[in-house]
Design a protein around this ligand. Structure first.
Ligand code: PAF
Length: 284
């Protein structure tokens, strides 16, 4: 079945109004396209949890802090629609910029505190762009549930906080990171890696797992951090934006996983910024 593509807010509202009037629940999967199996796992979760499913595809200019990054972002709409066929989603919402940011658009949604660290510290304005577009996608779709990957764990936290703070009646569902066989976290940005860089990329998740193992054995994080960065350097990563152990509750820094914690990393490989995070079991 060909997936229906909706381009305008008025068509989207007509569809979602009819579904809600019929008593059906709506799930939304926000994406920027270049769909991979990670996205498709979100679609599968939405199909299992809702009567109707909308996948949004919108490359959001407000969340890119470099024009070249926005220009280079992969755009593969036809292939994306083909990948979605087997899921029989009810609609792909692929608006142009005017449907999201009409002339004169002047509103910014900014979640404070948790956006000062990790990607927020390295990509100024990025999370304002994410929070603003996700607010629009939530209110435009009037969905009951929204599905996000834990691969972007900080984004998931920001979106949850935003929905709670703004009383948007939506359940934000987090889904596990999907990985390639060699451990590399799936990401649309992986398409930008050269063949040579692609071979080196799994080292990021390997080093993170090695550090997680040592933390489980009681070694403190400050004794592991420099060595982890050196291993990434040796593997060909040109710079490491961060490699940190943080609390899952509030993203505060930790020395030991004495509460639910994750290792977070962002590193550059041949001009591509890769991010990943993994759960670290709470030490007894
Ligand atoms: O994770 C993404 O692809 C984007 O940040 C999102 C949530 C679709 C907002 O543009």
């Amino acid at each position: 079945m060909t997936t229906p593509i909706i381009r305008t807010l008025s068509e989207l509202r007509a569809a979602t109004h009819a579904w809600h009037m019929a008593g059906e629940t709506i799930g939304v999967v926000p994406t920027m396209g270049a769909l991979h199996d990670g996205h498709l796992s979100l679609v599968a979760a939405a199909k299992a949890g809702c009567d109707r499913v909308i996948v949004t595809i919108f490359v959001n200019p407000k969340q890119f802090n470099q024009a070249s990054d926005l220009d280079n972002y992969p755009r593969t709409e036809e292939e994306d629609a083909r990948k979605l066929e087997r899921f029989r989603v009810d609609a792909v919402y692929a608006p142009d910029v005017s449907q999201i940011y009409p002339d004169g658009f002047s509103t910014n949604v900014s979640v404070t505190g948790m956006t000062d660290v990790l990607c927020g510290a390295h990509r100024p304005g990025h999370f304002d762009g994410v929070a603003t577009v996700v607010t629009k996608l939530f209110t435009q779709s009037s969905a009951d549930k929204a599905y996000f990957g834990e691969k972007d764990f900080q984004q998931l936290m920001v979106v949850r906080r935003m929905a709670r703070d703004l009383d948007i009646p939506i359940e934000v569902v987090g889904c596990p990171t999907i990985r390639e066989e060699d451990g590399l976290a799936m990401s649309s940005r992986n398409l930008l890696l050269s063949d040579r860089a692609r071979v080196k990329a799994p080292r990021l998740s390997e080093v993170m797992s090695e550090v997680a193992d040592q933390l489980s054995q009681g070694v403190v994080f400050s004794e592991l951090q420099a060595d982890a960065v050196a291993k990434l350097d040796l593997a060909g990563f040109t710079s490491v934006d961060y490699f940190e152990l943080r609390s899952c509750a509030d993203l505060s820094m930790l020395e030991r996983p004495t509460e639910p914690a994750r290792l977070f990393a962002a590193a550059w490989l041949a001009g591509v910024r890769l991010i990943d995070n993994i759960d670290v079991p709470v030490a007894g």
